[in-house]
Design a protein around this ligand. Structure first.
Ligand code: PMV
Length: 340
């Protein structure tokens, strides 16, 4: 067999969900639809090289140029799941070199951007030309980490079946960019790093705890209703209606964690203090800002670009002191391009 070497590179953004995916079924399929937008500065860059051999697949993984063998079992499990899409990966030597633009301990989930970037690089190197690129990329990323399927295409994405969108599916995410009004095309996401410690309970365990959760059915109904509502709101300029869903989803996600068996908390007292401060500022100034949370204590402050000046001034004076070592990340939606 003649050995060949193929290389490919890809960059993919992280994303923040407004309607949250929480709970899965079968092979990494969601129990409810979710809606998110991709970020501009929080991205992963991945370079791969693939050498053909006739021996079982060998994997080498480097993060910022340093070998990290502890990540290989997760990558191997992922490759096992995508082998129907990229059968070549049974054999060969695969070297993956990945780096994030955001610090490892920043509280931003790197699994979405890293699994999306890896899927994109593998697809470029190894996919056959007859597959449909966009859905396949998103499906591959989903099989690495559920939320990663919303990171292979920039802007607003919907993942999961919902009546209102005939093309929606649990298998991959679809772009919503065609139906987004101007105000929601410029959203800013300033991420307050309130605590950068490693999570005490992983999202994998959190998803599992939804299987027998006492509020499971109610949650599925709530997420479906919020998906339908948000799909309509994103076509309008109604920021207040958006904020209502955004906060309900963020707080429900953490309420589900607290009411799991066993219950757990990922919020910190400082998260609640920052939320209260934000609400007081909003009540006084009537400015359009809201918040969301991922599976962790760090607060994402969301607002339209047109109000950046006043809201950033507030954040820098009143919210930044809550941050660990004054750390915050000024990110924004990546609608057409990524700013590295
Ligand atoms: O993609 P996972 O398995 O890490 O799950 C992520 C779930 C949340 O980030 C909490 C919500 C979401 O929809 O991104």
């Amino acid at each position: 067999m003649k050995e060949t070497n193929t290389t490919a590179s890809a960059t993919a953004p992280s994303n923040i969900a407004i309607v949250k995916y929480w709970g899965k079924k079968d092979e990494q399929l969601p129990v409810n639809p979710s809606i998110s937008f991709t970020l501009s500065k929080s991205v992963t860059q991945t370079d791969i090289s693939y050498q053909t051999t006739n021996t079982a697949l060998e994997i080498l993984f480097l993060l910022d140029g340093n070998e990290k063998p502890e990540f290989i079992p997760k990558i191997r499990a992922y490759i096992q799941r995508i082998k129907h899409l990229l059968p070549a990966l049974e054999t060969g030597i695969l070297t993956i070199n990945s780096s994030n633009t955001f610090p490892h301990s920043s509280g931003i989930a790197s699994s979405a951007s890293s699994m999306a970037a890896l899927s994109m690089a593998l697809f470029d190197a190894l996919a056959t030309s007859d597959v449909n690129k966009e859905p396949t990329l998103s499906e591959m990323a989903r099989l690495g980490s559920g939320s990663a399927c919303r990171s292979t295409s920039l802007g607003w994405n919907l993942w999961g079946r919902t009546e209102q969108m005939p093309l929606s599916t649990d298998q991959y995410a679809i772009s919503l960019n065609e139906r987004i009004s101007p105000v929601f095309q410029t959203l800013q996401d300033t991420i307050l790093i309130l605590n950068s410690s490693k999570k005490t309970v992983s999202s994998t365990v959190g998803h599992q705890l939804m299987e027998n959760h006492p509020y499971r059915e109610g949650r599925i109904q709530q997420a479906n209703a919020n998906t339908e509502k948000l799909l309509n709101i994103l076509k309008t300029d109604d920021f207040n209606a958006f904020a209502e869903i955004c906060e309900e989803e963020a707080l429900s996600l953490h309420a589900l964690m607290m009411s799991s068996k066993p219950g757990y908390t990922l919020l910190e007292p400082v998260t609640l203090q920052a939320i209260e401060r934000l609400k007081a500022f909003r009540a006084e100034n009537k400015l359009p800002l809201t918040f969301t949370l991922d599976a962790g204590p760090n607060l994402h402050i969301i607002y339209p670009q047109a109000h950046s000046k006043a809201i950033m001034t507030f954040i820098m004076i009143y919210l930044r002191p809550f941050c660990e070592d004054n750390q915050l990340i000024k990110d924004e939606i990546s609608f057409n391009t990524i700013n590295k």
